[in-house]
Design a protein around this ligand. Structure first.
Ligand code: HDE
Length: 728
């Protein structure tokens, strides 16, 4: 008999959805191995042969079954957003939103609605790096009592294009080029910028894409946006326009571009690991759901069109109300079964939430089911456990590949009398979905509304709202991406577009590329117009801005008072001062940070007081780019060893270059003197402050901790980029 004791995995938080999935969970501990048909397997090492040296026999059903299943293990990756990570969680509304929407999950503050969230990059393949410069997907499936509601958003509030018909063109342009399939997970290539420079409607979005928002520190530190304007409908049938936001409670933070590129090599799973580890540790990621509500009567109040997905509603014009909280508290049991098979669809709405005529949204309504049909192999993908609603499903749809449901009864049509007339249509009072009866009176016409033609004023608003370091990063990102473009005419055309956003921005990028800024960009600016149209009719219009700055668009003002979940590296060796190390470690950990000891060798250290200290990584397996800050404790021998380790000095130089907080005990001062940035430090151990660029040199642990915590919480000391001299 096999061992029968079933030691289940560590207890994970349960909710109505995770419990419902129990019927599909398989756990092998203590069980015998069997074929897919339940026959126990006696030998899983050798195939059936005529004699020990063969030949193999066709009769071997165990070999055939195992190899055949293996041969069919792969499914197509998502055509976009292929690379992603998911987690389970719950959502709770703070107060009933019944005045705005009748959606059940937004009525009851005590109700916990299960969710599954998938974060993703867009352009790369399933195995590509998490740190690509890219938009991040932020897709949330709410398993509500009224059926699934999917909020399939991104970490940027707008999109590249205004009409769904252009989506395949956009994606073809950004994906690796078709002849050699280069580059992977990168927009820095000719076809992308060729397309963008011909499509000025994408200008606002590329400002976001070239900003640090495209290289988040963590999925847990990104905002999310529903992008389109949706509708709320209340029980009285009244409708309001609504934009959805997710606001991370840890603030919005990014890494440096050089760091992102390094992480891509050192740990391409950086964001996936970060999300997984945080949840395993119980540091559950949290976001508040924000809504911007615009009454129907105000539809035309703005100098942009609410239906144009390349526009935000600035928070200064319509404040974001925080109405509920999302908490991710459970990792999937199986990546493929849950994260890979999760099928999101913008068309999954519940009563109380409805669509608008945003032409991008309308096209998405078609795309998502269609793509699941090929990706998940047929029309029954909604029966896959992760996609199955917790609400009951009764209808007359039948059959198809891999049907799981066993529908009883003779009738599978409506109306019927043989089945008693069931399943019956639900009156609205019983939760039957009714579409908002928007009045539409129009000619059938392929056209773009003139109200969509201002492509630059919000791009400019975004640029003007950035802090100085953020502006510099934008200029660097444009210079990098266009620098990777081989066709000079494309670079030049893009500078022409940037000049319509802001001449100083265009000039800075042009300087890096050694190109001129044209007085007027090449005409026509917009190449996206119908064959019989007059191009002049399709050119962008310049709108006088009503707002010149929006605080909410900059990451500079984001939350900087917590070090929770920040990773701090301790560089130490034998002879380390364990009293100082333990004091600093305890203080950082009690504030929620994660402290890891990095030493010349794996295993353990022996401290100055002969105490064994476990080592988390050696200098070989760790890298500064995987941490938020570095601490070097004192201890004469330890400091001398670290000073003599080129990898440790490189670690510090790189942390300095990436503008991170560095704290050094007075007894380890010699380590700092060996770094490139020693010139930044005073000759003695005079007290340093956070204002001195995040290099903390204190003689008491208590003071060091105080300053260090402040420095880590402030995330980065971007001013250090100015000298741009540090080799690392
Ligand atoms: Fe998507 N998008 N999209 N998209 N999208 C997909 O559906 C599509 C758009 C977004 O984690 C696909 O299941 C069209 C905007 C996310 O599984 C596909 C258009 C926004 C995810 C598809 C858009 C998104 C997808 C590919 C223009 C932000 C990943 C695989 C009309 C609001 C969801 C899949 C996940 C995935 C089509 C534009 C977000 C092909 C046609 C705008 C987060 O159906």
């Amino acid at each position: 008999m096999a061992k029968k004791t079933k030691t289940r995995q560590a207890k994970q938080p349960e909710n109505a959805k995770t419990k419902e999935m129990d019927m599909n969970r398989e756990f092998a501990e203590g069980e015998f191995m069997a074929t897919n048909h339940g026959v126990r397997i006696n030998n899983d090492q050798d195939s059936l042969k005529a004699g020990a040296r063969g030949a193999s026999l066709l009769e071997d059903f165990i070999l055939r079954e195992k190899i055949t299943h293996f041969d069919h293990e792969r499914i197509p990756e998502r055509v976009v957003h292929a690379r992603g990570s998911g987690a389970h969680g719950v959502f709770k509304v703070y107060e009933s939103l019944s005045n705005l929407t009748k959606a059940d999950f937004l009525q009851h503050p005590e109700l916990e609605t299960p969710v599954f969230v998938r974060f993703s990059t867009v352009a790369g393949s399933r195995g590509s790096t998490d740190l690509a410069r890219d938009v991040r997907g932020f897709a949330v499936k709410f398993y509500t009592r009224e059926g699934n509601f999917d909020l399939v958003g991104n970490n940027m509030p707008i999109f590249f294009i205004q009409d769904a018909l252009k989506f395949p063109d956009l994606v073809h342009a950004v994906k690796p080029e078709p002849d050699n399939e280069i580059p992977q997970a990168a927009s820095a290539h000719d076809t992308f910028w060729d397309f963008i420079s011909l499509m000025p409607e994408s200008t606002h979005m590329v400002m976001w894409l070239m900003s640090d928002r495209a290289i988040p520190r963590s999925y847990r530190m990104m905002e999310g946006f529903g992008v389109h304007t949706f509708r709320f409908v209340n029980a009285q049938g009244e409708s309001n326009f609504v934009k959805f936001h997710w606001k991370p409670l840890l603030g919005v933070h990014a890494v440096a571009w050089d760091e992102a590129q390094n992480i891509s090599g050192k740990d391409p799973d950086f964001h996936r690991r970060d999300l997984w580890d945080a949840i395993e540790r119980g540091a559950f990621p949290e976001w508040e759901l924000g809504i911007q509500v615009v009454p129907e009567a105000d539809e035309h109040r703005f100098d942009f069109d609410l239906l144009d997905p390349t526009k935000i509603i600035p928070e200064e014009l319509v404040p974001v109300q925080r109405v509920g909280k999302l908490t991710l508290n459970r990792n999937p049991d199986n990546f493929f079964a849950e994260t890979e098979q999760a099928a999101f669809h913008i068309g999954h709405v519940v009563p109380g939430i409805d669509f608008t005529n945003d032409p991008l949204l309308q096209g998405r309504l078609f795309s998502y089911t269609d793509t699941q049909l090929i990706r998940l192999g047929g029309p029954n993908f909604q029966e896959i456990p992760i996609n199955r609603p917790i609400a009951q499903v009764h209808n007359n749809q039948r059959d198809g590949y891999m049907r799981q449901t066993i529908n009883k009864g003779k009738s599978s049509y409506d109306p019927n009398s043989l089945g008693g007339g069931y399943p019956a249509q639900a009156p609205a009072a019983d939760g039957g979905f009714t579409s908002y009866p928007e009045r539409i009176d129009a000619h059938k016409i392929r056209a773009r509304s003139k109200s969509f033609f201002d492509h630059f004023s919000q791009a400019r608003l975004f640029y003007y709202s950035q802090s100085e370091p953020e502006k510099n990063h934008l200029i660097d990102a444009f210079s990098f991406e266009l620098g990777k473009v081989k066709t000079v005419a494309v670079r030049q055309r893009m500078i022409g577009i940037l000049s319509l956003v802001d001449r100083s921005l265009a000039a800075a990028v042009a300087h890096a590329l050694r190109l001129p800024v044209p007085d007027a960009p090449e005409q026509p600016v917009n190449h996206s117009f119908p064959a019989d149209a007059d191009p002049a009719e399709y050119q962008p219009i310049q709108v006088e801005a009503t707002l010149t700055r929006s605080e909410a668009l900059s990451m500079a003002g984001t939350r900087k008072d917590t070090i929770a979940t920040r990773k701090i590296a301790v560089l130490a060796a034998d002879g380390v001062d364990d009293v100082a190390l333990n004091a600093v470690r305890a203080a950082l950990e009690s504030a929620g940070a994660i402290v890891e000891i990095i030493a010349p060798r794996q295993g353990f250290l022996i401290s100055a007081n002969d105490v064994r200290i476990a080592v988390d990584h050696s200098l070989l397996t760790a890298a500064s780019v995987l941490y938020d800050a570095v601490y070097v404790p004192g201890g004469t021998n330890s400091a001398a060893t670290i000073e003599g380790e080129p990898d440790a000095i490189h670690f510090l130089n790189e942390a300095f270059k990436h503008c991170k907080a560095i704290a050094v005990d007075a007894g380890a001062r010699q380590v700092l003197d060996a770094t490139y940035f020693a010139y930044k430090l005073p000759a003695d151990n005079a007290p340093q402050t956070v204002e001195r660029e995040g290099i903390i040199l204190e003689s008491t642990s208590a003071e060091l901790v105080k300053q260090f915590k402040k420095a880590i919480a402030s995330h980065r000391f971007w001013d250090r980029e100015k000298p741009r001299k540090v080799p690392a």
